[in-house]
Write a protein that binds this ligand. Structure first.
Ligand SMILES: [Zn+2]
Ligand SMILES: [Zn+2]
Length: 364
């Protein structure tokens, strides 16, 4: 098969790798129909995630069709269309038993394109398939559900739910990239009275308005703290979400929240950020962090199926899977290309039952 391979810091290739095979009886083999690229993949390529070994296939978000199932797989059959999520769940460890799949100690968690070969490929081995993939209703397209593999549950769980957004809240979201925009879209499920998007890029702020922000603040030109205080009778936002992952934006969030407010950090940080406890302690502030568990993916899938949530505006560019290298160039230069999420699409000719593995007898 062909796959996007991490060749070490700064280097990637679209190259041939042996087809994946079933290794454990709980595995399935999936033909990738649609995949996408995440900001985390760019971090890996910079060398920021040293546990990713050269030779690993990148990618942790896909929609695919099951070709083959391991002997212990009981709820999936070849031909099933599934969402392969960024988080894998063994279903048995203490963390999985309480829905903290992201913390799985049984071999799951974030493994695709990290600890095992990922999903920017023609084929992929998916461990713990019964408890990790999500069947997709026939009437939904790949693009309608693809972003449930990562950004939507991430922003919903780590931002909106950890931040405890309530009806009528003022929500400030710092960062209007794909994660910040997904936070806007999913915060609206709780009917906040106002969503304030804060970013340094006017182009991203225009997107934020399109995705449902009520007020935009360019904090390169305007003092964001002053702007938020002005909009909230001098109190600050009920909830602030950090959706960038640099110390400055985290520290800004601590200044935006009202006494008793909640700061939900979503960004992936590579450097230490100052936590000004000497100022925060007396203001009853709550700070949360987290990695997505994807425990809300079925809920978000229902909202999409019922037309209450539309993730398709995140898809700004589409490339054939074989042009994943060019897709990376586009995704890595959003200021020039306007890219939010790029969709990697397998050739339609490669889809369909003719490429399925040997059919499995329905009854033995
Ligand atoms: Zn990701
Ligand atoms: Zn587990």
């Amino acid at each position: 098969m062909k796959a996007l391979i991490y060749e070490g810091p700064g280097r990637r290739s679209w190259a041939t790798k042996p087809d994946p095979v079933i290794q454990d009886p709980t595995d399935v083999i999936v033909r990738i129909d649609s995949s996408t690229i995440c900001g985390t993949d760019l971090h890996i390529l910079k060398g920021d995630v040293p546990e990713v070994e050269p030779g690993t296939v990148l990618g942790h978000e896909a929609v695919g069709t099951i070709l083959e199932t391991g002997a212990a797989v009981t709820t999936l059959v070849p031909g099933d269309r599934v969402l392969v999520s960024c988080i894998t769940s063994c279903g048995r460890c203490a963390f999985c038993r309480e829905g903290h799949y992201g913390l799985c100690t049984g071999g799951g968690g974030w493994i695709f394109g990290h600890l095992i070969d990922g999903l920017q490929a023609e084929l992929a081995r998916v461990p713990f398939a019964d408890t990790s993939v999500h069947k997709i209703p026939d009437e939904l397209t790949d693009e309608q559900v693809l972003f449930l593999a990562d950004i939507l549950p991430t922003s919903f769980e780590v931002g909106v739910l950890n931040g405890g957004v309530k009806p009528g809240d003022t929500v400030a979201i710092v960062g209007a990239g794909p994660i910040g925009l997904a936070a806007i879209v999913t915060a609206k499920l709780y009917t906040p009275s106002r969503i304030i998007a804060i970013d340094l890029s006017d182009a991203r702020l225009v997107r934020a308005l399109e995705f449902g922000a009520d007020t935009i603040v360019n904090n390169g030109r305007v003092d964001a703290v002053e702007a938020v205080l002005e909009l909230t009778d001098g109190l600050g936002a009920d909830v602030a979400m950090e959706a960038v992952g640099v110390p400055e934006t985290f520290e800004l969030c601590t200044e935006l929240i009202r006494p008793g407010g909640r700061l939900a950090n979503i960004g992936v940080h590579g450097h230490a950020a100052a936590l000004h406890l000497e100022r925060l302690w007396i203001r009853d502030v709550t700070v949360t962090t987290g990695l997505v568990d994807t425990v809300t993916t079925p809920r978000l899938l229902r909202l999409i199926a019922e037309g209450r949530l539309d993730a398709t505006p995140f898809a700004t560019h589409r490339f054939p899977l074989g042009e994943t290298m060019a897709a990376y160039d586009t995704f890595a230069a959003p200021e020039q290309t306007g890219a939010l999420k790029v969709v990697l699409e397998a050739e339609p000719a490669e889809r369909g039952p003719e490429r399925l593995a040997e059919p499995v007898a329905a009854a033995v």
